[in-house]
Design a protein around this ligand. Structure first.
Ligand SMILES: O=C(O)CCC(=O)C(=O)O
Ligand SMILES: [Fe+2]
Length: 324
């Protein structure tokens, strides 16, 4: 692809085109460590091609969709690993979790969605996911080396497995430190696509130079809270009172990029790719417009330096309404 000519690549408030988006920079995990570190620092992210064995990622994808098959989410006569949404169904009956649009992270959907939502949550507790996938040594070892944390590298237990059904509402603009604010901003998020994702299939997008802006916004929130007479400790936990109740910066990525004079960085992803990003790096998700109705599955795994104070709330597995 030359430049950005993807069809039907869009976010909550409109299309992403050459005018407001460009491509994310890929990196080979075998580049010299100094180069990888320099890229992570300068860009706020590191888009690693094939850092996980593709077959391990596809095996997790298969386990996930096999466990959801009984809900009728998949197109009849397709293999679970394909994760193809049944076009005869409505995405409203198969709501995703953690998209920040249900009043925090409460349980989404009504009765019709209950079986699907319960099974999607249950997957977080299965061995194939919690023990094998989330603790994959290829990723852990890479992060331990990149950060130089070595044995202090801690895998945070709380993760979100996000199934974005075609046409469903993706997560809005945010940076992760907002949700990890009871700890120091040392964490590394690993955004892990669990399957191939076409450029218009609902992948994550990053704001160009978004880490710098995130740091500035965080400082501004802190100052605002201090000016209102809060102690450091109160100011820390009160960030959200200055923000949208969901903790998001905006629901409108196109408008947000325009307002800040930056572009969105987009990409297609392959099973085995991982994007690492910094705690203030600003990102959002695109709408899943996959022409073949492929469900976008991804998870966010987080790592921190356990020798520093970190957000202990993230040591528990995800639950609805856990307040994080
Ligand atoms: O997968 C998504 O749509 C959102 C992921 C995310 O925000 C993260 O990994 O920090
Ligand atoms: Fe995030």
């Amino acid at each position: 692809m030359v430049g950005l000519q993807a069809e039907n690549l869009s976010v909550n408030d409109g299309p992403l085109t050459q005018a407001n988006a460009t491509l994310l920079r890929p990196s080979s995990p075998s580049l010299p460590l100094a180069e990888l570190r320099a890229r992570y620092e300068a860009d706020g992210y590191l888009f690693l091609k094939q850092v996980l064995p593709r077959e391990d990622v596809l095996s997790a994808r298969e386990s996930y969709f096999t466990s959801l098959e009984s809900t009728g989410v998949l197109k009849p006569k397709t293999a679970p690993v394909e994760g193809i949404f049944d076009p005869a169904k409505s995405h409203l009956d198969y709501p995703g979790i953690g998209a920040g649009h249900v009043g925090g992270n409460g349980k989404p959907g009504g009765d019709r969605a209950a079986a699907f939502v319960d099974l999607a949550l249950d997957a977080h507790y299965q061995d194939w996911y919690a023990e094998k996938f989330c603790r994959h040594p290829a990723l852990y070892d890479f992060v331990a080396r990149l950060t130089g944390w070595g044995d202090d590298t801690l895998n945070l237990r709380r993760t979100l497995l996000r199934n974005n059904i075609p046409g469903s509402k993706p997560i809005g603009v945010h940076y992760d430190q907002i949700f990890l604010r009871y700890g120091e901003p040392t964490s590394v998020t690993a955004w892990v696509p669990m399957g191939d994702i076409k450029i218009n299939g609902g992948g994550l997008i990053y704001l160009e130079d978004g880490d710098t802006l995130g740091v500035e916004l965080e400082q501004a929130f802190f100052k605002k809270a201090k000016d209102a007479g809060l102690s450091d400790e109160e100011a820390k936990s009160a960030f959200n009172t200055n923000m949208m109740s969901t903790g998001l910066l905006s629901e409108f990525p196109v408008g947000f990029a325009k307002e800040h004079g930056r572009r969105w960085l987009v990409s297609a992803y392959e099973a085995g790719d991982v994007v690492l990003h910094k705690p203030h790096m600003i990102h959002a998700s695109t709408i899943n417009n996959d022409p073949d109705n492929v469900i976008r599955l991804a998870t966010d795994l987080r790592f921190c330096d356990s020798s520093k104070p970190y957000d202990k709330r993230w040591m528990n597995s995800y639950r609805f309404g856990d307040g994080v």
